[in-house]
Design a protein around this ligand. Sequence first.
Ligand code: GLN
Length: 499
Amino acid sequence: TTAATVQTALEAISRSNAHLNLFASHIAQNNIEAHSNTPCDGPLKGWPVAIKANIATSEQPTSCASRALQDYVSPYQSTAVEALARAGAVVVGKTNMDEFGMGSTNEYSIYGAARNPREPNTNSTNKQQYRHSPGGSSGGSAAAVAAGMCRVALGSDTGGSIRVPAAWCGVVGFKPSYGCISRHGLVAYASSLDAIGVLARTVDDVRTAFQAMSVPDSRDMTCMSERLRTRINVLSRSRKWINYISKDSSTHALPLTGIRVGIPHEFWVEELSQAALDSWRSGADKLAMLGCEIVPVSLPHIPDSLPAYYTLAFAESSSNLARFDGIRYGTRSSERPSTEKANASLKYANTRSEGLGKEVQRRILLGTYVMTASASEQYHVLSQKIRRIVQQEFNAVFALPNALLPHSTESIILTNRPSGVDALLFPTTTDTAPLLGSADLNPVSSYVSDIMTVPANLAGIPAISVPVGADGAGMPLGLQLVTQYGDDSLLLRIASHLQ
Ligand code: GLN
């Protein structure tokens, strides 16, 4: 299949968006010229791109799929979108998502559920019902790529929201190291975990878009500085055991010779389906055939990641979402304003009750609770400690030192092969896409589906999901690769061979 152009993308949108429900808004077909006015020859020239509805664009609403921001149009463009536009990309639309990024199935949305364009192979006559979830929260972005409605899509990933939908829709989804891409203009869910990332059909397209956006930005104080980027480069390039000249035909080395990939056994969880196990095995075999050395590793505190993640994410979201009070942004309760103080707080309450969905309200309440004086020691502080332990365990398995640790560049001689691995490989999800409607039955069981993806966010390390394998009905699965903090280039290189 050839890559989507703006024309073919808009045709696909007008053909299929009515039943797939992937776009909250999009540009008109007769108006392409007005949107591709940049006379530039950038690396993304003419690429149709779709942007998740929680990333600010100056032209279409940045609604976060919430009533609270339904018609809100940002006065500025996010740094990431600005970079794509400068490289020649054309924003075709804003995609459906779980409200404020909270969910794993793209069902918590004012637009209604987004639908997975992938269908099980059956001989039944009830074809084309699109009954499966595309995954979430970046479901619209992943499904839009799969349906040819864009060439590249931006998503956000706080605990798996790019990788889960990528796996379930059969596309590539990349969450870069924390701080690679500026968060300026991304509506915050949990600021210490949030990352903007890329979805596309191929790793090469992901890389091209990522490189255009991975630059320092003074408007986001957590965005990596030029100095840190240089330090990371020097550090990772000093690994003599990795052959960086991959097109070296004089040696008969395989493309990934010298790279050691770990299989962490803590991800071998009870919930893993047979199809996911098969995909894991075939991915490991493929990497071995390409020259990788495959070794078992252990990260003992991985099982504690999930409760720690939800505690921290809820706590941060309760603080971040306090700004949606009806005064500064978006919609306000239509009840008449009162000058009395007592009624002013009622005004906030009404605005939030009307503007925010059930799942968002549940998380704000739980997050507020875990931050209270009586509970914070037991929940919030404990979760911070678990997070630190998980980070340390990742640092212990990787051969490359973490560039954020003091003196790691200077004190370690990287000439000989140290112990430790260069990457880890494990499934993105425990199974293929669920049917729509299953998340609502039990919110906790839908939280469990993030067990494979949240550790990378806790550690701030890069992670990518690549389509590998399928279940008996042909529904796709993804395998995840992760590397040390800042080692995004090696991650993309291994991923491009795994695909
Ligand atoms: N499903 C997870 C959550 O609901 C992750 C969401 C995300 O990465 N934005 O928090």
